[in-house]
Ligand binder design. Structure first.
Ligand SMILES: [Mg+2]
Length: 395
């Protein structure tokens, strides 16, 4: 299947992070140094322009570049910013592969319909949102494979570097099918992601200079000389995704919600209503992650912090509140005691499995799907009119 893949890459990441803390550094030549101030690991555009090289040992260049501001690295802070950026990416798709501290691949296939706009607009929005919400400039490359997305991202950066006004704020670049041939003809094979020095030397010997030369080689020759990697790279260059975006988000083991009541409670109906609201939030989360639950529990906590809970296994995994409310009610009836003063109620969904793996029981299949569709409509209504537009009643 054809994929649409984007690479999001932060510009001069460590320097950009430092500028969040010290805005006075904006517009100045700044470099961030590695551990123990060994060498340059991140440069502002101004420092690049002055000729500071990546990886240059600090002790060798500090006298040569007196105007450059050299800073010691602050890795925990950069990790924190990185985490915020990566979390933001999950707002657009769960298919995010965090590739390094400042780079991530996104599989956007199909999202044109979800967002009702072209893919180019989605990546522009991603770049804008990250700039506005986190304050970091990113470049985004868009194409049909990881290799082409990476190339598109490099193109964005190259355009920014030309320092022509029209490109300085350019954040995104797309390589569409019609552009592939010309882009590859204009790109040296050594500039393609994954081509190392030795491979490049070998290819040069066989007069393969550009990425297009590579992409038009016979399969037999590639297989014989470079093996499967060579064949895969050819396909990736032609826009056929061979290496999929591998989501690095760990699927959660459980999803739960609980909250203390505004006032201590002895009223079962009140508790049931609160519980239903938690169930809705849990189900919404499950649907957003494309997960089903096969085991749920209800937890009641008394004023004196005594906990009672029961969990039950479900015959069919689900993520619809209309099903879970029934099970939860059953549990509540068992653990609730008249006269006891409660402080909170919680709901937890466990034994999570991907929605695609669902097996619908022949007895209840149709009914389950109806309930699930109803739940999805609920999500859409909330999207449109805000949270809490609908609440589950109690029977
Ligand atoms: Mg970067």
């Amino acid at each position: 299947m054809k994929r649409v893949i984007a690479l999001v890459d932060c510009n001069n990441f460590f320097v950009s992070c430092e500028r969040l803390l010290k805005p006075e550094l904006i517009g100045k030549p700044v470099c961030v140094l590695s551990n123990n101030d060994g060498c340059v690991v991140s440069r502002s555009n101004e420092a690049k322009k002055m000729g500071v090289n990546m990886g240059a040992p600090y002790f060798m260049i500090k006298n040569q570049f007196k105007k450059v501001i050299f800073l010691s690295g602050n890795l925990p802070f950069y990790c924190e910013i990185s985490k915020r950026i990566m979390n933001k990416l999950y707002d657009y798709t769960p298919d995010v592969e965090v590739y390094s501290i400042d780079e991530a691949f996104l599989d956007l296939t199909g999202l044109r319909k979800t967002f009702k706009c072209p893919y180019e607009d989605i990546i522009k929005k991603i770049a804008e949102d990250i700039k506005i919400e986190i304050g970091i400039d990113v470049s985004v490359g868009l194409s049909y494979s990881k290799v082409l997305a990476k190339l598109a991202c490099e193109k964005t950066k190259n355009l920014q570097k030309t320092l022509k006004d029209e490109f300085i704020n350019k954040k995104t670049y797309k390589i569409g099918y019609r552009e592939i041939e010309n882009e590859l003809k204009a790109t040296l094979i050594s500039d393609i992601w994954g081509i190392g020095k030795n491979t490049n030397a070998f290819l040069k010997k066989h007069l393969i200079q550009t990425a297009w030369d590579f992409a038009t080689q016979e399969d037999i020759w590639l297989k014989k000389n470079l093996g499967k990697i060579g064949l895969d790279l050819k396909q990736e260059l032609l826009g056929n995704s061979i290496n999929p975006v591998k989501s690095t988000q760990d699927a959660p083991k459980s999803v739960s919600r609980s909250e203390s009541f505004k006032e201590f409670q002895t009223d079962k109906n009140y508790i049931q209503k609160e519980l239903n609201s938690h169930i809705h939030k849990v189900c919404k989360k499950l649907r957003s992650l494309n997960l089903l639950t096969g085991c749920v529990s209800v937890m009641l906590r008394t004023k004196d912090f005594q906990v009672s809970d029961i969990k039950i296994n479900l015959i069919n995994p689900v993520n619809s509140e209309f099903e879970l409310v029934e099970h939860a009610k059953e549990i509540l009836n068992k653990i609730f005691k008249n006269g006891v003063v409660y402080r909170s109620v919680g709901f937890c969904a466990m034994k999570l499995s991907p929605s695609e793996e669902r097996q619908i029981s022949i007895f209840d299949g149709e009914n389950s799907i109806k309930k699930e569709n109803l739940s999805k409509s609920w999500d859409k209504l909330e999207e449109k009119f805000g949270k809490g537009i609908i609440k589950l009643g109690i029977k």
